[in-house]
Every structure is written in structure tokens, then in C-alpha cells.
Design a protein around this ligand. Sequence first.
Ligand code: ADP
Length: 308
Amino acid sequence: MSERKRTGVVVVGSINMDMVAHGMRLPAPGETLVGQQFVMAPGGKGANQAVAAARLGAQVAFVARVGTREHGPALLRALADEGIACEGVVRDGQALPGIAVIMVASEGGENAIVYVPGSNAELSPDDVAASKDALQTAAVVVAQLEVPVPAIAEAFALARATGATTVLNAAPALKVPEALLGLSDWLVLNETEAAQLSGLAGAREAAQALLQRGPRTVVVTLGAEGVLLADAGGRLEHLPAQAVQAVDTVGAGDTFVGGLATGLAEGRSAAEALRLGQAAAAIAVSRSGVQSAMPRRAELGAAFAPRA
Ligand code: ADP
């Protein structure tokens, strides 16, 4: 293992622009509807988790591929504004960045989304390998499933070589190759994703089955019910969520993972790091928006004061 002290969080993942149009209802096929509001905001699970961790005080570097046509420059500026290191973000002059076109019905809150991955789908193992130093000096390396698996596997293999902790957030619900599960120290996923990946309905059963496939810790998030923690040492524990008035739960999982990674990078125990993630997510769901709802560390109170 390297003698250098490992610090901070590297997030390997997606970034896109969310373009959200609010109408009274969703349009029928072929219909044009006059809407009330339009909001454009940076998103993508990777960028969301990087922002969550940066707001909570982690030193964060992002590894991604961003098309610089259209909204690309705005996405890069938004990362820089959060203090996120972007040396590992490959700029692709030919590609469009990822875009999510989202329609939301004001009455009932139903939505319909078309997501075009753009440059996210082009992130390659070579792109990731260019960030070898950052990956090998990080305390924690986090990835989700919105970029190609070979890129994630390259990042985790490099990280593991120096003893960094790898966290796979297996979202959205997709197949995960066994080799990638074997490179993941932590596997974090919601109930739907856990059921899909394990083929088992109950969170406990799913967590225990997934532990057999490589990770030493599995966390199943249960929305307002909190999280289930299962580890290779036989621990199986339910940690309840903080009771809050939920306003908008979109992005809860991303805030949670960003908080968990921050806690682990600070050297906290598994339970403490999970509580940090839960406290941050509880605040985020009590406000509307995704990145705009993510709290700064001071909002979590003295119990979660940063550690040097
Ligand atoms: P995802 O957004 O990936 O579906 P969840 O909905 O399970 O993930 O939420 C992730 C975490 O966020 C939960 O484990 C919990 O700690 C927190 N959370 C989500 N919804 C609420 C809520 N209504 N009240 C309090 N905490 C919540």
C-alpha cells in the first residue's frame, strides 16, 4: 500500500442537464400543452453525489466525460462553483452532454422522462486511467451505473490497488457483472434495485444474498424507513430515518450516498457514516429540487461536525 495519506472522495459517474417543464397534466401523444414553468438544472447521479459530498465538506474530484456542445460549459461551471476538482473530467468537443427532458404534471406530480446519455455513454477505461493518481490517493471512490461498466471497473481496480474504499451505488436498476461486485467494498442500492439484482423480494434476504457476491458491506435504502446494513461479519441492522415532512424525495439516494462517502472519507465507522448520509438526505427531502436541496455541513448540527 502507498505510504501517502489517502484523503477525499473521487466520484466516477454521469452528469447531465435536467430540463424540466411543468404543465397541469402530462400531454397526450401528439398534443401540445401550454406549461406554467420551466427549470433547467444540472443533474446525473454522478454529479449529484459529487455535489452532495462537496457540500458536506469532503474534498471531491469528479471523473467523467462531458460533451462541450450546447449545455456542456454550463455543466462544467456548475461543478467548479461547488469546489469540485475537475482535472479528471474529459472534455469532448464532438459530443453532446447528457440531457434529461422531464415533464411534470402539477396536478398529481406524475412525470415522464426522456434521458439521452450523450457523452456519459462514451466514458472509457482510458479516460478513467488518466485519473490514476487521484483514484489511488483518494480515501473513497464512488460510482453508479449511468456510465459504462468497464470504466467503473477500471476505477475500482486502480483504487483497490492502494487500499482505497470502493462504493458502488447500483442505480439505476441494471444487471451488474459479478466481477464488478467483486471490486466493490460497499454496495448501496434501494429496495427496487436490490430486488432486481438479487432476484429476492425482501430487503433482508436480498442484502444477505448480495453479500455472498463480493461486497463486504451491503446497504439497502428504504426511503422514509431508513436503511438496512448487512456486512460480511454477520451484522444485520436497521437504522431508522429521521422523521421529516418530505416535500420532494427525488435525489434522496444521491444525497445519502454523498453523505456516506463523506463520512467514510473522514474515517468514521460504518454506522456513523450511514447516519451522516441519512441526516443529509432527511434535510434534502424536506426541500424541493435535487442539487439545490442538498444541505451544507453546518446544517446538520453539532452532532455531525466535520473531523480533521
Ligand atoms: P432512492 O432515492 O435511491 O430511491 P431512498 O428513497 O431509499 O433512495 O432514500 C435514500 C435515503 O434517504 C433513505 O435511506 C433515507 O435515509 C433518506 N430518505 C428518503 N426518503 C425519506 C423521507 N421521506 N424521510 C426521511 N428520510 C428519507
